[in-house]
Write a protein that binds this ligand. Structure first.
Ligand code: SF4
Length: 284
């Protein structure tokens, strides 16, 4: 089978930095020292397991950590969490992506300027939770059905979860713009790396019979990529690796496209492509 891989896909600089930082911290830790990560370092079980085998303990909350070093992943955390970690006397290594830090700082600045902060994004996503924790009053709107949550009057200061698509951000701004607010201040906090992955995936969708989006099912940016691809090629499948693929979807297809979320390692992509290239309908 002919396989085309998206020009831009896989690890982004923020994720790469978090993994490198974890490896460095683990290599430098004393034998007795515990090294924790608050939440999975990335949405990829293989990477989490590999780092766990070299000593990285993934925990869900600050309460589970008593001593040692704690790594903050690229999604960042709210300042309140950082205060709790400091109060416990832990050594904090902050691998928050600079672009996520920027959203946090912008949200704080908007609040200082008297705006009601609005985040376009997914309320349960750790990045959004971290930004929410930076301000007193905040509304999170995932889509148009959340617009009723916006204050009925006032000045809105709007930011966006970094991995949302420009189309969605634009649609939401259009809908908010029609609601008659006195003043809107919009700061574009979308991540260019995520946009590049979305654009090259969409371009590829138009050239292939079937499209595969590789990455964790909990990864927000991978899910977003899969949604976008589905809009441009109905034969789109989001899966984590080759083993998950129902091979019957390949029958009758000549050209397959492959892309991957920002937390998908290269070796997962390479392995998938290798299997696809070798796929023969007669064996399937
Ligand atoms: S997707 Fe963008 S914002 Fe998110 S970690 Fe990667 S580089 Fe940072």
């Amino acid at each position: 089978m002919r396989v085309l891989v998206a020009a831009k896909c896989g690890f982004c600089p923020g994720v790469r930095n978090a993994i490198r930082t974890a490896e460095k911290v683990l290599a430098q830790a004393c034998p007795q020292e515990h090294v924790y990560c608050l939440g999975p370092i990335i949405h990829n079980e293989d990477v989490v397991e590999r780092l766990s085998s070299t000593g990285l303990r993934t925990v869900k909350s600050v309460a589970e950590i008593d001593s040692g070093t704690v790594l903050i992943r690229s999604h960042g955390v709210a300042p309140g969490e950082l205060d709790r970690l400091r109060a416990k006397g832990l050594h904090i290594v902050d691998a928050t992506c600079v672009l996520v830090k920027r959203v946090q700082q912008i949200a704080q600045q908007l609040e200082k300027e008297g705006y009601e902060v609005v985040i376009i994004g997914e309320e349960n996503h750790p990045e959004v939770q971290g930004v929410m924790g930076c301000v007193q009053n905040v509304v999170v709107a995932a889509d148009e059905s959340d617009l009723h949550k916006l204050p009925s009057d006032g000045k809105l200061g709007i930011v966006c979860q970094t991995t949302q698509s420009p189309e969605h951000f634009g649609r939401m701004l259009g809908a908010i713009g029609q609601a008659g607010f006195r003043e809107l201040k919009v700061i574009n906090t979308l991540c260019k790396e995520a946009i590049k992955r979305q654009e090259s995936a969409i371009a590829l969708c138009k050239r292939v019979d079937v499209m595969f989006v590789l990455g964790g099912l909990h990864s927000a940016n991978t899910r977003r990529l899969a949604e976008l691809c589905k809009n441009h090629n109905r034969e789109t499948f989001h899966l984590q690796n080759w083993d998950e693929l129902d091979k019957t979807v390949l029958i009758g297809k000549q050209v397959a496209g492959v892309t991957a979320g920002a937390s998908t390692p290269n070796w997962v992509i390479d392995e998938f492509v290798k299997h696809l290239e070798a796929f023969d309908e007669k064996d399937g």
